[in-house]
Write a protein that binds this ligand. Structure first.
Ligand code: NDP
Ligand code: 8X3
Length: 255
Protein backbone atom coordinates (compact mmCIF):
# COMPACT_ATOMS: atom_id res chain seq x y z
CA UNK A 1 0.00 0.00 0.00
CA UNK A 2 1.35 3.44 -0.97
CA UNK A 3 1.99 6.06 1.72
CA UNK A 4 -0.87 8.59 1.95
CA UNK A 5 0.06 12.20 2.69
CA UNK A 6 -2.42 14.96 3.56
CA UNK A 7 -1.18 18.49 2.79
CA UNK A 8 -3.13 21.56 3.88
CA UNK A 9 -2.67 24.73 1.84
CA UNK A 10 -1.72 22.91 -1.36
CA UNK A 11 -2.97 25.61 -3.75
CA UNK A 12 0.19 27.74 -3.56
CA UNK A 13 3.76 28.10 -2.36
CA UNK A 14 5.28 25.47 -0.08
CA UNK A 15 2.17 23.24 0.01
CA UNK A 16 1.91 23.12 -3.78
CA UNK A 17 5.65 22.45 -4.20
CA UNK A 18 5.45 19.68 -1.58
CA UNK A 19 2.55 18.07 -3.44
CA UNK A 20 4.60 18.04 -6.66
CA UNK A 21 7.73 16.70 -4.91
CA UNK A 22 5.86 13.91 -3.15
CA UNK A 23 3.82 13.00 -6.24
CA UNK A 24 7.11 12.66 -8.13
CA UNK A 25 8.27 10.28 -5.38
CA UNK A 26 5.14 8.13 -5.80
CA UNK A 27 3.05 9.10 -2.75
CA UNK A 28 -0.77 9.26 -2.73
CA UNK A 29 -1.95 12.71 -1.80
CA UNK A 30 -4.91 14.39 -0.14
CA UNK A 31 -4.71 18.09 -1.04
CA UNK A 32 -6.67 20.90 0.59
CA UNK A 33 -7.12 24.65 0.28
CA UNK A 34 -9.86 27.23 -0.29
CA UNK A 35 -9.35 27.79 -4.04
CA UNK A 36 -11.08 24.90 -5.75
CA UNK A 37 -9.95 25.83 -9.27
CA UNK A 38 -6.28 25.68 -8.23
CA UNK A 39 -6.82 22.35 -6.48
CA UNK A 40 -8.44 20.92 -9.63
CA UNK A 41 -5.61 22.23 -11.83
CA UNK A 42 -2.97 20.77 -9.50
CA UNK A 43 -4.78 17.43 -9.37
CA UNK A 44 -4.83 17.29 -13.17
CA UNK A 45 -1.16 18.26 -13.42
CA UNK A 46 -0.11 15.58 -10.92
CA UNK A 47 -2.16 12.94 -12.70
CA UNK A 48 -0.69 13.85 -16.09
CA UNK A 49 2.94 14.24 -14.96
CA UNK A 50 3.24 11.46 -12.40
CA UNK A 51 0.03 9.39 -12.69
CA UNK A 52 -0.48 10.41 -9.06
CA UNK A 53 -3.51 9.26 -7.10
CA UNK A 54 -4.97 12.33 -5.43
CA UNK A 55 -8.04 13.46 -3.56
CA UNK A 56 -8.87 17.15 -3.13
CA UNK A 57 -10.99 18.95 -0.57
CA UNK A 58 -11.89 22.61 -0.71
CA UNK A 59 -12.47 24.10 2.75
CA UNK A 60 -11.35 26.76 5.19
CA UNK A 61 -9.23 25.37 8.05
CA UNK A 62 -10.68 28.06 10.33
CA UNK A 63 -14.11 26.37 10.20
CA UNK A 64 -14.16 23.31 12.44
CA UNK A 65 -17.48 22.17 10.94
CA UNK A 66 -15.90 22.13 7.45
CA UNK A 67 -12.68 20.48 8.62
CA UNK A 68 -14.65 17.81 10.45
CA UNK A 69 -17.06 17.24 7.55
CA UNK A 70 -14.20 16.53 5.13
CA UNK A 71 -11.51 14.95 7.27
CA UNK A 72 -13.14 13.09 10.16
CA UNK A 73 -14.64 10.48 7.81
CA UNK A 74 -12.42 10.16 4.76
CA UNK A 75 -13.65 8.05 1.82
CA UNK A 76 -13.07 4.31 1.62
CA UNK A 77 -9.40 3.57 0.91
CA UNK A 78 -8.22 7.02 2.03
CA UNK A 79 -8.90 6.96 5.75
CA UNK A 80 -5.44 5.82 6.83
CA UNK A 81 -3.42 9.03 6.52
CA UNK A 82 0.26 8.20 7.08
CA UNK A 83 1.66 11.73 6.97
CA UNK A 84 -0.06 15.03 7.80
CA UNK A 85 1.64 18.23 6.60
CA UNK A 86 0.08 21.13 8.51
CA UNK A 87 1.13 23.84 6.08
CA UNK A 88 -1.86 26.19 5.60
CA UNK A 89 -0.98 29.50 7.19
CA UNK A 90 -0.45 33.18 6.64
CA UNK A 91 0.68 36.54 7.92
CA UNK A 92 -1.64 39.51 7.47
CA UNK A 93 -0.40 43.05 7.97
CA UNK A 94 2.79 44.40 9.49
CA UNK A 95 2.02 46.86 12.27
CA UNK A 96 2.66 47.47 15.95
CA UNK A 97 0.22 45.93 18.40
CA UNK A 98 -1.15 49.33 19.43
CA UNK A 99 -2.21 49.93 15.81
CA UNK A 100 -3.06 46.35 14.83
CA UNK A 101 -6.27 45.47 13.00
CA UNK A 102 -8.42 43.02 14.92
CA UNK A 103 -9.49 41.26 11.72
CA UNK A 104 -5.83 40.63 10.75
CA UNK A 105 -5.19 39.13 14.19
CA UNK A 106 -8.25 36.88 13.96
CA UNK A 107 -7.19 35.60 10.54
CA UNK A 108 -3.67 34.72 11.71
CA UNK A 109 -4.65 33.19 15.04
CA UNK A 110 -7.60 31.25 13.59
CA UNK A 111 -5.63 29.88 10.62
CA UNK A 112 -2.17 29.27 12.04
CA UNK A 113 -3.14 27.97 15.48
CA UNK A 114 -6.76 26.87 15.53
CA UNK A 115 -6.77 25.56 11.93
CA UNK A 116 -3.68 23.45 12.61
CA UNK A 117 -5.31 22.09 15.76
CA UNK A 118 -8.64 21.34 14.03
CA UNK A 119 -6.97 19.34 11.26
CA UNK A 120 -4.71 17.50 13.70
CA UNK A 121 -7.70 16.65 15.92
CA UNK A 122 -9.37 14.90 12.98
CA UNK A 123 -6.31 13.03 11.66
CA UNK A 124 -4.20 12.17 14.72
CA UNK A 125 -6.65 9.70 16.36
CA UNK A 126 -6.34 7.31 13.39
CA UNK A 127 -2.55 7.49 13.62
CA UNK A 128 -2.66 6.84 17.35
CA UNK A 129 -4.98 3.85 16.83
CA UNK A 130 -2.66 2.41 14.16
CA UNK A 131 0.44 3.21 16.25
CA UNK A 132 1.97 4.81 13.19
CA UNK A 133 2.08 8.20 11.51
CA UNK A 134 4.04 11.39 10.97
CA UNK A 135 2.90 14.95 11.64
CA UNK A 136 4.89 17.75 10.02
CA UNK A 137 4.10 21.30 11.14
CA UNK A 138 5.20 24.42 9.26
CA UNK A 139 6.71 26.69 11.86
CA UNK A 140 8.98 29.61 10.96
CA UNK A 141 12.02 31.63 11.97
CA UNK A 142 9.18 33.78 13.40
CA UNK A 143 8.54 30.95 15.86
CA UNK A 144 12.07 31.25 17.18
CA UNK A 145 12.50 35.03 17.20
CA UNK A 146 10.14 37.97 17.55
CA UNK A 147 10.34 41.08 15.39
CA UNK A 148 8.66 44.46 15.78
CA UNK A 149 5.40 44.88 13.83
CA UNK A 150 5.05 41.13 13.41
CA UNK A 151 4.15 40.31 17.00
CA UNK A 152 0.92 38.44 16.34
CA UNK A 153 2.30 36.40 13.44
CA UNK A 154 5.38 35.59 15.56
CA UNK A 155 3.11 34.58 18.45
CA UNK A 156 1.19 32.18 16.20
CA UNK A 157 4.42 30.55 15.05
CA UNK A 158 5.71 30.34 18.64
CA UNK A 159 2.40 28.57 19.33
CA UNK A 160 3.13 26.15 16.48
CA UNK A 161 6.52 25.41 18.10
CA UNK A 162 4.83 24.77 21.47
CA UNK A 163 2.11 22.59 19.94
CA UNK A 164 4.70 20.63 17.97
CA UNK A 165 6.62 19.87 21.16
CA UNK A 166 3.41 18.94 22.99
CA UNK A 167 2.42 16.59 20.15
CA UNK A 168 5.88 15.00 20.29
CA UNK A 169 5.65 14.45 24.04
CA UNK A 170 2.16 12.96 23.73
CA UNK A 171 2.53 10.92 20.56
CA UNK A 172 6.03 9.40 20.66
CA UNK A 173 4.73 6.67 22.98
CA UNK A 174 2.27 5.68 20.22
CA UNK A 175 4.97 5.32 17.58
CA UNK A 176 4.33 8.62 15.80
CA UNK A 177 6.97 11.00 14.44
CA UNK A 178 6.55 14.76 14.85
CA UNK A 179 8.57 17.26 12.81
CA UNK A 180 8.71 21.04 12.71
CA UNK A 181 10.07 22.79 9.61
CA UNK A 182 11.06 26.42 10.23
CA UNK A 183 11.91 28.40 7.11
CA UNK A 184 13.28 31.91 6.79
CA UNK A 185 12.23 33.98 3.77
CA UNK A 186 10.64 31.83 1.06
CA UNK A 187 9.31 33.58 -2.05
CA UNK A 188 5.69 32.44 -2.38
CA UNK A 189 2.33 34.23 -2.17
CA UNK A 190 3.17 34.82 1.51
CA UNK A 191 4.22 38.48 1.22
CA UNK A 192 1.48 39.29 -1.31
CA UNK A 193 -1.02 38.01 1.26
CA UNK A 194 0.73 39.84 4.12
CA UNK A 195 0.63 43.14 2.20
CA UNK A 196 -2.91 42.53 0.93
CA UNK A 197 -2.07 42.42 -2.76
CA UNK A 198 0.57 45.17 -2.81
CA UNK A 199 3.06 43.42 -5.11
CA UNK A 200 5.64 46.21 -4.96
CA UNK A 201 5.87 45.92 -1.20
CA UNK A 202 5.91 42.13 -1.42
CA UNK A 203 8.74 42.17 -3.97
CA UNK A 204 10.82 44.47 -1.77
CA UNK A 205 11.06 41.70 0.86
CA UNK A 206 13.19 39.64 -1.54
CA UNK A 207 15.09 42.48 -3.19
CA UNK A 208 18.86 41.96 -3.36
CA UNK A 209 18.79 38.44 -1.91
CA UNK A 210 18.28 34.95 -3.24
CA UNK A 211 15.33 33.84 -1.11
CA UNK A 212 14.45 30.23 -0.48
CA UNK A 213 12.15 28.70 -3.05
CA UNK A 214 9.12 26.56 -2.20
CA UNK A 215 11.03 23.65 -3.79
CA UNK A 216 13.79 24.03 -1.17
CA UNK A 217 11.26 23.45 1.61
CA UNK A 218 9.49 20.67 -0.31
CA UNK A 219 12.85 18.90 -0.55
CA UNK A 220 13.30 19.10 3.23
CA UNK A 221 9.79 17.75 3.77
CA UNK A 222 10.56 14.90 1.38
CA UNK A 223 13.70 14.13 3.40
CA UNK A 224 11.72 14.13 6.65
CA UNK A 225 9.07 11.82 5.18
CA UNK A 226 11.60 9.38 3.71
CA UNK A 227 14.00 9.20 6.68
CA UNK A 228 14.62 5.65 7.95
CA UNK A 229 11.86 4.37 10.29
CA UNK A 230 14.04 4.85 13.41
CA UNK A 231 15.10 8.42 12.48
CA UNK A 232 13.09 11.61 13.10
CA UNK A 233 14.07 15.01 11.71
CA UNK A 234 12.57 16.79 14.73
CA UNK A 235 13.17 20.46 14.06
CA UNK A 236 14.69 22.06 10.98
CA UNK A 237 15.63 25.73 10.65
CA UNK A 238 16.22 26.51 6.97
CA UNK A 239 17.41 29.97 5.94
CA UNK A 240 18.49 31.67 2.74
CA UNK A 241 22.27 32.18 2.72
CA UNK A 242 21.76 35.97 2.81
CA UNK A 243 19.51 35.89 5.92
CA UNK A 244 21.26 35.67 9.30
CA UNK A 245 18.18 36.18 11.49
CA UNK A 246 14.51 37.12 11.13
CA UNK A 247 15.22 40.73 10.20
CA UNK A 248 18.92 40.56 9.30
CA UNK A 249 19.52 40.39 5.56
CA UNK A 250 22.67 40.99 3.53
CA UNK A 251 21.24 42.64 0.42
CA UNK A 252 23.17 43.24 -2.80
CA UNK A 253 22.85 46.86 -3.82
CA UNK A 254 21.65 47.45 -7.38
CA UNK A 255 24.52 48.50 -9.74
P1 NDP B 1 1.32 30.90 0.42
O1 NDP B 1 0.52 32.12 0.68
O2 NDP B 1 2.03 30.79 -0.89
O3 NDP B 1 0.43 29.60 0.63
C1 NDP B 1 -0.40 29.49 1.76
C2 NDP B 1 -1.33 28.31 1.59
O4 NDP B 1 -2.16 28.24 2.76
C3 NDP B 1 -2.24 28.46 0.39
O5 NDP B 1 -2.35 27.22 -0.26
C4 NDP B 1 -3.57 28.86 1.00
O6 NDP B 1 -4.61 28.32 0.21
C5 NDP B 1 -3.53 28.15 2.36
N1 NDP B 1 -4.41 28.78 3.34
C6 NDP B 1 -4.29 30.01 3.87
N2 NDP B 1 -5.34 30.26 4.69
C7 NDP B 1 -6.14 29.15 4.65
C8 NDP B 1 -7.36 28.81 5.26
N3 NDP B 1 -7.98 29.64 6.10
N4 NDP B 1 -7.91 27.60 4.99
C9 NDP B 1 -7.28 26.75 4.16
N5 NDP B 1 -6.10 27.01 3.55
C10 NDP B 1 -5.55 28.20 3.79
O7 NDP B 1 2.38 30.83 1.62
P2 NDP B 1 3.59 29.84 1.95
O8 NDP B 1 3.59 28.68 1.06
O9 NDP B 1 4.80 30.67 2.06
O10 NDP B 1 3.18 29.41 3.43
C11 NDP B 1 2.98 28.07 3.85
C12 NDP B 1 3.32 27.95 5.31
O11 NDP B 1 4.70 28.24 5.51
C13 NDP B 1 2.56 28.92 6.23
O12 NDP B 1 2.21 28.24 7.41
C14 NDP B 1 3.59 30.01 6.51
O13 NDP B 1 3.34 30.65 7.73
C15 NDP B 1 4.85 29.20 6.54
N6 NDP B 1 6.09 29.94 6.33
C16 NDP B 1 6.27 30.70 5.20
C17 NDP B 1 7.43 31.41 5.03
C18 NDP B 1 7.67 32.31 3.87
O14 NDP B 1 8.60 33.15 3.92
N7 NDP B 1 6.94 32.19 2.77
C19 NDP B 1 8.52 31.34 6.02
C20 NDP B 1 8.20 30.53 7.17
C21 NDP B 1 7.04 29.85 7.29
P3 NDP B 1 -5.98 29.06 -0.17
O15 NDP B 1 -5.69 30.52 -0.28
O16 NDP B 1 -6.38 28.40 -1.45
O17 NDP B 1 -6.87 28.71 0.95
C1 8X3 C 1 7.64 33.84 7.45
C2 8X3 C 1 8.99 34.42 7.64
O1 8X3 C 1 10.36 36.27 8.66
O2 8X3 C 1 8.41 36.93 7.39
O3 8X3 C 1 7.31 32.97 8.47
O4 8X3 C 1 8.17 35.98 9.56
S1 8X3 C 1 8.95 35.96 8.35
Amino acid sequence: MKTTVLITGATAGIGRATAIRLARAGFRLILTGRRNKLLAELQQELRKEFEAETLTFCFDVRRYDEVEKHLARLPEGWSDVDVLVNNAGLAVGLSPIHEGLIDDWERMIDTNIKGLLYVTRCIAPGMIARRSGHIINLGSIAGREVYANGGVYCATKHAVAALTQAMRLEMTAYGLKVTQICPGAVETEFSIVRFKGDRGRADSVYQGIAPLTPDDIAEAIHQAVTAPEHVVLQDLLIMPKAQAAATSFHRKQPD
